[in-house]
Design a protein around this ligand. Sequence first.
Ligand SMILES: [Ca+2]
Length: 214
Amino acid sequence: MLRWMNTSIRVRSTIDTSTCVTPMMDTSSSVKAAIDTSSKEQPIMYCKAIITVQILWFCRSEAFVNLAVNGIATQKGVYGSYDASKAIDGNYNQSFNGGSCCHTAAGQLSAWWRLDLRKTAYIHRVVIYYREDQWDRLSGYTLFISNSSNPKYDRLCYEDRPPTYHPNVVQNITCGMTGRYVVFFNERAKPEAYVELCEVEVFAYYPIIARSKQ
Ligand SMILES: [Ca+2]
């Protein structure tokens, strides 16, 4: 992605020496009139001045990279060995038996998985790889971005609703939000709420914050 940051205008003048003539060499009447024959100084040379105006565009490339792999993942309870880090281990195997997916504890009315990016980032989009066989158990989930680990400050990025009620096996979600935490939340009327994610990518960047002088 390229973002135009600012522009600069530069004015430069140059003398084209090939065009320089002395008044005596010039045949135009206007130049001849400028000759002061009584002067002992060197004759004035007349040259063509070239003035150029350059408009310089400065741009900065801001590439969104997957910051999830360097984050810290936690979740509400663990089923077996399927802890939260499985969703950011760089393994995209979507088979549950592949050992690459996280799974929250069974028997809960609500479940969550949270990724800490370690510091505030501009989050462009989130890509989620679900279990290839049970992804529909996450229907109606919500995805939040937050600057705090306190759910009170969660801000909604995406809510799974009709007509796209069931998440796809791989889902690409645009957020365009700033925050440190990414939270996947699921709840059910019965104690059957799960979060099962095989891989989560968070394409974002850390904004450059200018330091003020002390
Ligand atoms: Ca994985």
